[in-house]
Design a protein around this ligand. Sequence first.
Ligand code: CO
Length: 137
Amino acid sequence: MEPLLTEIDHVAIAVHDLEAAIAWYAEVFGATVEHREIVESDGVAEALLRVADSYIQLLTPTRDDSPVAKYLANRGEGLHHVGYRVADCARALDAVKASGGRVIDESPRPGSRGTTVAFVHPKTSFGTLIELVQDPN
Ligand code: CO
């Protein structure tokens, strides 16, 4: 079978204070912000720090009822999800469903920076929230 996952797109880390996290990555590792975005539909503000061809995605909630706010309240700061780059988000999502896997997004939807994304539930993916990321570039 031809691999559906082509690269690690990003590692997403949930934080309480986005500016403090950005400053820490800059001071300690010299990592700089390449892109910032507020994704209202998800209730998050994100900062993408490039590491080679992948990103560290720092995430913080923009409202108390967002999934990331709930995550922080229940689990505290830390690794939130891993974004895998795929050539075809719908096809990768179908592969998950065909395997009996549980999905959060029934079909691909717009993500940040013009991507198309779908989330896979951690329950059937060995405890990891997975984001399938199709980059238009
Ligand atoms: Co993500």
